[in-house]
Design a protein around this ligand. Structure first.
Ligand SMILES: [Zn+2]
Length: 99
């Protein structure tokens, strides 16, 4: 299984496309079923942003939000999916170890 298929399959399992246009989920499903390469370039462009997720950063009591600019992708994204309770609140490795 390619990394894209693993990610989209994990995203679908997490209901990460809730609130997105229905076409987003169907393209992601297509990527899982047929492979990411089976999507047209226009379809790939729709779901491509989901292959990376901006870190939510951490906000400790009495401190400012750390404004983390890291993004999570590839294996880290799958690991984040497995560890995180929901799609929201994903954090990069450094934020996870800091909190
Ligand atoms: Zn972070």
């Amino acid at each position: 299984m390619t990394i894209e298929r693993e990610i989209f399959s994990a995203l679908i399992a997490q209901n990460a496309f809730q609130g997105e246009k229905p076409s987003v989920q169907s393209f992601a499903q297509l990527a899982v079923d047929k492979g990411f390469r089976a999507l047209s370039s226009r379809q790939q462009a729709v779901v491509n942003p989901f292959l990376k997720k901006q870190c939510e950063g951490i906000k400790e009591p009495n401190k400012k939000h750390n404004n983390c600019q890291n993004s999570i992708g590839g294996r880290d994204l799958i690991a984040a999916l497995e560890k995180s309770e929901s799609y929201k609140g994903w954090r990069c490795e450094s934020c996870r170890s800091a909190s």
